[in-house]
Structure formats: structure tokens, C-alpha cells
Design a protein around this ligand. Sequence first.
Ligand code: ATP
Length: 140
Amino acid sequence: MESTFAMIKPDGVSGNYTRDIKKIISDSGFGIIEEVMVQLDEDTVKNFYAEHSSRSFFPRLVQYMTSGPVLIMVLDKANAVADWRVLIGPTDAETAKVTHPHSIRAMCGLNLQRNCVHGSDSPQSAVREIAFFFKKSSSG
Ligand code: ATP
């Protein structure tokens, strides 16, 4: 069993895709073991996406990710990290509509930025991201 970190981004929540996405999650054999709706603040987004801080799109990314509530989740399943990435499809939702029409981003994403969902890109990222959002009070 493996855990991954998943998020329904502000466009997914405000576009009322939460129920459909959660159905896909359970139909695909994932267990949802943590689930919280939160409004992210700028500092949290800047920390979460620190690897992109020097990119020109970063200010727009921070604005987008703070534009409304998000649903953060921990998903459990064998091979959860890779399987969730396959399910969400490519980063660019416009590409996803062409190359991965059955992916979640094809269903509810708009473009390279507004792509509806997030998934950890490696088991190491999953550990970091789950700790970032769900184990803030632990030492270290
Ligand atoms: P995520 O980390 O959100 O699952 P990802 O791993 O597929 O997405 P990253 O390259 O880590 O993609 O980019 C993080 C997020 O930053 C993307 O999901 C998207 O919202 C935004 N983003 C990435 N590249 C661009 C870009 N060139 N222009 C605008 N926004 C971008």
C-alpha cells in the first residue's frame, strides 16, 4: 500500500467537479484516508510550490491557488503515486483533452495553469506533501 497527496484546485472546487472526481477516485480503487477543504494563503502556496519561485508564472500561480478553497486529500492504494498521476493526465489540460481525453484534467481543466487537480510526482514528493499539509504540528 502506498499513499499519495492529491488536491482539487480552486477551479475544480468552484466548477463543482468535486463529486465527479471523488467518484473516479473510488472507482479506481483508491481509499481516501484524509480529506480537508481549506483556503490556502499566499505563504502556504509559496512554500508548497517553492521549486517554481523563480518562474515568470509564479505570481499568477499564487493568485490562482489562493482564489478559492481547495480540497486536499491523502489517497491510498498499491502504486498510488504513479497511478494517480496517470489518472489526472498531463499538466497542460489543453494537451490532456487531445492526448488523454479520459483523464481528470481533460474533464475539468482549462489550460496549463488552470488544470483542476494536483498529484505528487514521486513517492518522495508524496511524503513531503502529506507532511506539509497533514502533520504540521510534528517536531522538526
Ligand atoms: P502539480 O504540481 O500542480 O500537480 P504538475 O506537477 O503537473 O502540477 P508542475 O510543473 O509541478 O506541474 O507545475 C505546478 C503547477 O504550476 C501546474 O499544475 C500549473 O498549475 C502551474 N504551471 C506550471 N507551468 C506553468 C506555466 N508555464 N504557466 C502557467 N502555469 C504553470
